[in-house]
Design a protein around this ligand. Structure first.
Ligand code: TEU
Length: 541
């Protein structure tokens, strides 16, 4: 077993985690002040979302200096203290590597855009004419640069120009920077949209209904040289270094490709974030056109990935991150009656799958989507751009707002709820984004020491993973594939066989008896019945 196969990763989104200097924005001092929260949960690794210098156009995923810390978060010296304190607690820390694009304020881009003959011109993707591609953040994926009369590619915001990975000098500079962070002591990387770095032909894609743009993903999702680049990165950066974790965020990666990316023999990445299960509630209009999840769709998707990566490669397991709405609101039931039950039911379902679980800040408290009342409550460029774009295309503000409330990324970015103190104990001043008003009841300090709190249940799930090898390494067998309320499966390793039964519905259901109870999300389980949102793990009889 490799160390990260029975590890749990905790994601910190720094600007929303904890503010230690009273400017309303989370920072490294705030993370240091709450490391015991993460350690007591039982997490082994912290994934730190970007803290590098950035204009913050996309909250730090637009980097203007790869080898420093943005003053809003602190200093490199403070980062070193954080890293040492993480290691002192026996945890590891992986950085967020964002190398598909930089900020347009990065010196590389400033130089590249200065003239067509600039030595760095080819570090980005310039063309005399744009293709019809749409940006992920609405509008064209090409921006005209007046100075040289050419267009540059930006799959995300216009302040995030895509790097040209065809250029060997650029690649070597990225590898050098990565080695610099590893030499500093970090334990690996989460690699942002890393399957988009290889661009194939820059040609028009098929039209996207309802927009004047086309879909260029056939050219840039899992592009022609992406495996070559990752193998080159592995040999230039990771070879010869022990005990690292590399996880590639891969929007649109199909299972067949993920088997190649995560096959240890190919030396690319250890695991990937795939997106199938978090797209199951999206309609034809895209991510903001949501419909309820069908449980059998979830079983088919997660089951396929369990089977597909059983003999080679490895799964990451997640519901939440800084880009996803809160799962208790999305796939659970955040009503007062079922919020705790459904949060702990969904956590049990996920953590008993085979793979490395990721816990996103606040998920361990059952934090829910925020009641955004108007577009002015949102901060995320993706949501704000979409709002203008959709209204410009004739959509009604009410419809668009409903979609943003259901699926907007700001749901994950409201301040971490530490206590019932003002601003949820996140800051001493009003934060950069509104605090969810439910913080008075839903906060960390109300949950510590409460046996049946969401936090305590996550502690038990993480402890179970450490105690029972079958949880990390056991084979996975889906049960009841056609049942629309109960999600059940077996895990087996040698003589150890667990049965996991999760009632993903608001009504009690009858189930067959099972062996001794290993873990449940409710007190006083009744044999043969699963109460609404009850999840139980039993030894198989
Ligand atoms: O996101 C990549 C990605 O395509 C989606 O997760 C995206 O955020 C969007 O929600 C799809 O509708 C990564 C980062 O996680 C995200 O925060 C950045 O905005 C993006 O890349 C660009 O760096």
């Amino acid at each position: 077993m490799t160390w990260w196969q029975n590890s749990v990763v905790y994601q910190v989104y720094p600007r929303s985690f904890a503010d230690s200097n009273g400017d309303g924005v989370g920072d490294i001092g705030g993370i240091r002040a709450h490391l015991d929260h993460i350690a007591s949960l039982g997490a082994d690794v912290i994934w730190l979302s970007p803290v590098y210098p950035s204009p913050q156009d996309d909250n730090g995923y637009d980097i203007s200096d790869y080898q420093d810390i943005d003053p809003v978060f602190g200093t490199l010296a403070e980062f070193d203290l954080l890293l040492a304190e993480v290691h002192e607690r026996g945890m590891k820390l992986v950085m967020d590597l964002v190398v598909n694009h930089t900020s347009d304020e990065h010196p590389w881009f400033v130089e590249s855009r200065s003239s067509k003959d600039s030595p760095k011109r080819e570090w980005y993707l310039w063309r005399p004419e744009p293709t019809n591609w749409q940006s992920v953040f609405s509008g064209s994926a090409w921006e005209l640069d007046e100075a040289t009369g050419e267009y540059y590619l930006h799959l995300f915001s216009r302040k995030q120009p895509d790097l040209n990975w065809e250029n060997p000098a650029l690649r070597q500079e990225i590898y050098r920077m990565m080695r610099w962070w590893l030499d500093r002591g970090v334990d690996g990387f989460r690699m942002d949209v890393i399957n988009l770095i290889s661009k194939g032909e820059l040609v028009d894609g098929p039209p996207i209904p309802g927009t004047p743009y086309g879909d260029g993903s056939a050219s840039f999702v899992n592009g022609p040289r992406v495996h070559e680049y990752l193998q080159e990165m592995h040999s230039e950066v990771f070879a010869g270094r022990p005990a690292l974790l590399t996880v590639g965020e891969m929007p649109g990666v199909p299972l067949e490709e993920a088997r190649l990316f995560t096959d240890p023999a190919r030396r690319e990445v250890d695991m990937v974030f795939q997106f199938e299960h978090v797209c199951l509630d999206q309609g034809p209009g895209g991510k903001f056109d949501t419909h309820p999840l069908r449980l059998t769709d979830l079983k088919k998707s997660l089951g396929r990935w369990q089977t597909g990566l059983a003999d080679v490669g490895w799964n990451s397991l997640y519901w939440n991150n800084h880009d996803q709405p809160r799962v208790v609101s999305r796939f659970g039931d955040d009503s007062p009656e079922f919020r705790r039950d459904s949060a702990t039911c969904l956590a049990t379902l996920l953590h008993l799958h085979r793979g490395t679980p990721y816990v996103y800040q606040g998920e361990e408290l059952g934090m829910a989507n925020s009641p955004f009342a108007s577009v002015s409550d949102f901060r995320d460029i993706e949501s704000l751009n979409y709002y203008s774009f959709a209204l410009g295309s004739g959509a009604s503000p009410e419809t668009v707002l409903k979609g943003l409330c259901a699926a907007g990324r700001d749901n994950a970015r409201t301040p971490m709820q530490w206590s019932s103190e003002p601003h949820a104990g996140f800051s001493s001043v009003p934060p950069w984004i509104g605090v969810n008003p439910d913080y008075l009841e839903w906060n960390a300090s109300a949950q510590y020491g409460d046996t049946w709190s969401v936090f305590s249940h996550y502690q038990r799930l993480i402890r179970l993973r450490r105690e029972l090898p079958v949880v990390s390494l056991g084979d996975f067998t889906m049960l009841l594939p056609e049942d629309e309320r109960v999600y059940a499966f077996e895990r087996s390793l040698g003589d150890a066989r667990l049965v996991v039964m999760c009632n993903v519905s608001g009504e009690a259901v009858g189930v067959s008896s099972a062996g001794a109870l290993v873990l449940g999300n409710m007190p006083d389980p009744e044999d043969g019945v699963l109460r609404a949102w009850e999840a139980r793990v039993h030894w198989a009889v």
